[in-house]
Every structure is written in C-alpha cells, then in structure tokens.
Design a protein around this ligand. Sequence first.
Ligand code: ADP
Ligand code: MG
Length: 594
Amino acid sequence: MTRLSNTTLALTAAAVILLAPLVPGVPAYLFDLFDNIGLAALVATGLVLLTGVGRLTSFGQAAFCGIGAYATGLLTTKFGWSPWATLPMALVASGLVSFVLGAFTARLSGHFLPLGTIAWGLSLALLLGSFAYTGAHSGIGAIPPLRIGTVALLQPRQIYAVIWACVLMAVGLCHNLLQSRFGRSVRLLRQSAMAAAAFGIHPARVKLFIFVFAAMLAGLSGWLFAHDQRAINPTSFGIDAGIRYLFMAVVGGGGYIWGGVAGAAFVLILKDVLEQVLPLVSANPTQIEEICFGIILVALLQVAPDGLWPLLARLRPAPAPEVPPLAPGPPPPLAAATRSGAPVEMLRLVGLGRKFGGLSAVDNVDFALRSGEIVGLIGPNGAGKSTTFNMISGALPPSSGEIWLKGQRIDRRKPQAIAGLGLARTFQHVKLVPDMSVLENVALGGHLAGTAGPLHAMARLERREEAALLAEARAQSLRVGLGGVIDKPVGTLALGQQRLVEVARALCNNPDVLLLDEPAAGLRLFEKQALAALLRDLRAEGRAILLVEHDMGFVMELTDHIIVLEFGRKIAEGAPDVIRASKDVIRAYLGAEA
Ligand code: ADP
Ligand code: MG
C-alpha cells in the first residue's frame, strides 16, 4: 500500500473539494446540498473543538449563526455596506457576544453550561422575532450576494467554493490548534482542571478561548448563509437548529478534527435521501422522516459510539507517521540541571491546617524541606498526606497556617503562580490524558516554558517553541525510562508506567521543588530501583523532593529525613533510623499496616 503523509492527503482532499464546481454535469441541487453541508460543517467543526475535545456542551451555536447573519443582513440592507466589508463585523459581533456570554456561562460546570446555552439559544430567536427593526418574524430580505470582481455569486455552484474554502480553513485552524501547547492544555483540562492548574494552565481562559472561537465559526457560517440565501428570518437560528448542530458533531465524531464535516454531510445527505424516498412509500412522509431519522441515528451511535469519522478514517491508506520514532538510547544531557551551592531552605510549612467540615484532615503541621534533600512524608491512609500536597501546590486553600516557597508566602496563591515559582507535583490518582501519547502528556509539564498562545498555534508561528517543548518532553520521558513507549497513548500503559509519566511531566517544569505522591505504587522491583536511582540523581542536582510513599523499604533507603503524620497531626520526625526505631511510629504506622 502506498503510504501518504497526512499533509498530502489533506491537500489532495482540499484540491478535490475546491475544484468540484469545474466538473461539468453535476446538477445544481447537489451544489445546494453541498453548500448546506459546508455551512453546517463550519458550526459543527467549532463544536468538535468545544464539545468533542473541550467537553463543553452547547445547544446554542445557532444563535451565533444568527448574530453573524443579522449583522450582515442589517449592515448591507440598512446601511448600504458591501457584503465583504461586513465579514469582520459579523465575526466581531459573534465573538463579542460569545465573550460576554462565555465569561458568565463557560465558567459554570456540570449541567449549568448546557442549560445556559439552551437559555440563550431560545432567547435570541425570540428577540430577533420581536423587533420591527430586524423585520420581526419575516426577517430581512433582499440581502445582496457576495461578489468576486464583477461576478455575483448567485448560483449554489458559485458560492460553493467560498463556503468550502472557509470550511477547509476552519478545519486547518482547529488542526493546528490541537497540535500545540494550547491544544494539549484543552485536553488536559477536560481530564482534570486540577492537574491543568498545577502546570500553569488557566482553565477559565482556555475555555473562554475555545468558546469564542467556536462562536466565531458559527458567526462565519451565519454570514455565508445570509449571502447564500439572501434572506434570513429567526427560525433558522433557534434552539432546534442548535440541537441539530450538536448532533452533527456527535454523529460525525466529536473527538476528530473532520468529525464536524463528516457529521454535517451524513445528517444532511440522509435527510435529503429520506425526503426523496419517503414520499414514494408513504402518504405521511414528514412524520415518517423524523422517525426513520431517529432510528438510523440511534443505530449508528450503537455501531460507532465515537462517531463516523473513525470508521471513515479506517478506509484511507495508512498515513506515514509524521514524527519518526526515536530509537531508545541514553538520555541527552539536560540544559538546566545542577543547582549549585550549599543547601538552602526551599519549602516551609508553619502551623498548617485544613478542615473538611468537622474533620481536621491536616492539623498544625510544621516542617521544612531544603535543596538537595529528599524528605519522606509518611503515615497511614487518611493521615492527611495528599491534603498537604494539595495545599502546598495551591489546589486547596489551607484553613490555617502558612506555606513558604523559596522565601515567598504562597498559601493564598493560585496553583498556576506556584508552578511558576518552580514547584511541580504528581498525583496519587494519576491525572493524565489517556488518548494522548506519552510525549504529549509529558510536554504538558513544560507549559510554563512556552509563551505561544492559541492564535500563534493556529498560524503555526510557534513551531520552534513547540519543537523545543517536545524535545524537552522527549528528554524527560527517556530519563524516567519511558523511551520505549513514548508514542503510545497513555491509556494503554500499565498503572506503574502511568505514574512514571506523571514524574516525567513534573520534571518537564524543571522544578526546584518536586512533590511526589506515591510514585512507586504499582511499579515492579526493577522499576522501583530505577526510580530510586532517578530520585537520587535529582537530589544530586540540588532539587528538593517531598515523597509520599507506602513502601517503607523504598522510603527508608532513599530519604534524608522523614515526617510522620497520623490523623492529620505530625507525630514524629527525624532521620530514617530514628523513625524506624520510634515506638509511636511503629504503633501508628506499621501497626496500622499490619
Ligand atoms: P492520605 O493522603 O494521607 O491518605 P488524605 O489527605 O487523602 O490522606 O485525606 C485525609 C483525610 O481528609 C481523610 O480522612 C479524607 O477522607 C479527608 N479528605 C480528603 N479530601 C477531602 C475532601 N475533599 N473532602 C472531605 N474530606 C476529605
Ligand atoms: Mg493520599
């Protein structure tokens, strides 16, 4: 089988799509259908990003189409603007409205966002329908067509190329966006906002961006629609249209960049076929159509729960891998490794406490951590170790006490700011993106080393930075011993290896202070030995490590100092030998284990 690169495939597909109008003999009604598919695909592609990847469900995208359509409808018919001049206005209007709505609703999680989108999806159509200025229910007619030079794009065949150029651009922008630092952060965010924040990602900003971008694609679709139909009214932009778009994205494959196009094509072609066939067999075609439609779609999602695109993608020739896998070898030397000089205090907890209702999960805990030191934090399950980690990393505000990191008080700071000061952590319950490769997951740890935003990513202006980020991620993956699985999806790895991915991701932030929550759980003996060797190296580089671990052999062998917690209180601290001999510790910890 010939192996084509993804880029070649995409360019070929683009050329075929854009040159289709030159093929003689294709009936006009087909171009009408293709135009409608393209218009819907624009909206659905935005939903792939927003809902499929970002897991933010919107039923209200049709409202943004309406804003784009009415912006150009009003400006061209009432103010005499030329159609092309209204394009930026349509984009700005849909962008601004979505920014305001998103600032309120995108922060909301759970069911509130979908409910919010239903609310505005309903209200916009009602609003447009009730103002005489916007033509009330009959809307706006006599909208001028788009023109290229002196040619007015009046025929479906003519506007087709414009619509599909926009679709291809939208797909391209989404593709670039997802293959970037920003795109990875969207995917981590959907998995765990806590992990995202721990590596410097601002969930609200990321959500707002994809929300506004998806709305602008819908606005673009509305603008095109207005000049395609040359008449608009509120019914096209109501909640039922919004639901249809969401449906297309889900049916096509919400997790795939071409899913929106596939879904729009499937739904609209199916509708077209049913509309032609059913009148031949039934006196009541409209109702039967709805029923057939429902049955076919439910059946389809049974067969292809991830949507159509993954099925279609199997049919194409196998693409050549874009990045050739590196042969595992000795890890390259790290640039910013050794912190020189005498040990200095990196972290200090003063009277730290955290209550959950009546429960004191952490109670008046003090200790310090110096550079070039591994401190063990041990205690039975429920002793408050993870809660302590969450407070240090800013995921959880303390109820009382102070935390100092490198001389700065951080107990009221946000996790992103704390990560920026050089602290990184792993999670006891791994928080990774299962469908992303090891390399991409690890690269998330280097988020703060990058500066490129989503706009740079869409335009591919951040390729140097991206290459540097991935190179660092590769180095850290090799360092923790994941060289052999670097291109595998993390979800396919054993839990022990996933913990190593967490360690590599933390290292990618080049941390001065590293918090490891049970990194050795689930590792086999030789993997534990390798991890111990790695931690010793990190200590020799002058990093400060706080280690939570249940394997006492591992802790005793590795740590310089141990803190013992029980029921949130510190019951002992000292050198491993002292702790091993302490009666309190044996009773509390080892006794509880036995
Ligand atoms: P460890 O990591 O030492 O096993 P944790 O810090 O996870 O312990 O938990 C300490 C105590 O706090 C436990 O009793 C746990 O049930 C409780 N706890 C932890 N997180 C929460 C929370 N978000 N809400 C209520 N209780 C919590
Ligand atoms: Mg824990």
